[in-house]
Design a protein around this ligand. Structure first.
Ligand SMILES: [Zn+2]
Length: 85
């Protein structure tokens, strides 16, 4: 999944190091890293955040994530976004 990134990501993943997957680690040093692991909470949050500020786009991301059985719940993702982005 490739998304349009209208502004640079902030690198705010450092306090969640233990939970980071490879893609999150890559994204921390490469802000436009465009690979997302749907089983990873941080990746899902990054994906939705990358769609900001387009509300429809964010909903589309949530919809894609929801189709994946192993993905975190929408509420978890929103929670994570509030705390980390
Ligand atoms: Zn990840």
């Amino acid at each position: 999944m490739v998304t349009k990134l209208s502004k640079a990501h902030r690198n705010t993943y450092s306090d969640e190091d233990a939970n980071q997957c490879e893609e999150c680690v890559a994204a921390a040093s490469l802000p436009f890293h465009g690979i997302y692991n749907f089983s990873c909470l941080c990746c899902c949050a990054r994906l939705v955040v990358s769609a900001r500020p387009e509300r429809n786009q964010q909903e589309a991301m949530f919809a894609s994530i929801a189709k994946c059985e192993i993905a975190p719940k929408r509420e978890e993702i929103i929670d994570y976004m509030k705390n980390n982005f």
